[in-house]
Design a binder for this molecule. Structure first.
Ligand code: ATP
Ligand code: MG
Length: 200
């Protein structure tokens, strides 16, 4: 069985994440994609929404896809989430599964800085997707990453969670940037400084 892991902060999950996961699944015949919110990402400040809410929003966003699942391992473990720790932990329980980690172009360029990356590339491959604002140049990666990053085509979506948080905090709509179910979740829980009672 081939499984894609879609890691991220998902603060909140948006359609760029969903399209990336679907493009990877479709291009490489993945049986499932597991969406795995990090607890504290190594390269970021603390997240805006709690781990529980970020996981809740992911669950809402993917509920209608027959092949998408959530994986709460990093939220449960707590602390800073290093992919190398996670992959070592899950490999023991899923020995028959071939794992592929799905990442956008900004993360592809950041791969050399990942904790334990030289060990990680021997445990799984990466599927990279394009993202506006970041150039995908696999040849520029260090030699140990050559052949380890496969590319999937996706419609380019210039949306980030940062932009969504800023729009909510300043009273703007995020409709169609996230699924209706995620927008409802944000309203219901009053996340990201959204004005109470807004329905647009
Ligand atoms: P933030 O602005 O908070 O960093 P983000 O939109 O970058 O949020 P993350 O949770 O940091 O979302 O990203 C998780 C993964 O999804 C990363 O590998 C990232 O490259 C990828 N990704 C996020 N947005 C897009 C997008 N619009 N197109 C392609 N890949 C994306
Ligand atoms: Mg990001």
């Amino acid at each position: 069985m081939k499984v894609g892991i879609m890691g991220g902060t998902f603060d909140p999950i948006h359609i760029g994440h969903l399209l990336a996961a679907e493009a990877a699944r479709d291009s490489f015949g993945l049986d499932e994609v597991w969406f795995m919110p990090s607890h504290i990402p190594p390269h970021k400040e603390q997240a805006g929404a709690s781990g529980e809410d970020r996981l809740g929003m992911v669950a809402e966003a993917i509920s209608d896809h027959p092949c998408f699942r959530t994986l709460d391992i990093e939220i449960r473990r707590g602390g800073v989430s290093y992919t190398i720790d996670t992959v070592k932990e899950i490999r023991g329980s899923f020995e028959d599964i071939e794992f592929h980690f799905i990442i956008g172009a900004d993360m592809v360029n950041y791969l050399p800085k990942w904790e334990g990356i030289e060990e990680l590339v021997n445990l799984m491959s990466f599927i990279g997707v394009g993202r506006p604002g970041s150039t995908l140049n696999l040849a520029a990666l260090p030699p140990y990453l050559h052949g380890k990053v496969l590319l999937a085509d996706m419609p380019q979506v210039d949306i980030s969670s940062t932009e969504i948080r800023e729009r909510l905090a300043t009273g703007h709509s995020i409709r169609y940037m996230v699924t209706d179910s995620v927008y409802d979740y944000i309203r219901r829980r009053g996340l990201y400084g959204i004005q109470p009672g807004r329905t647009d």
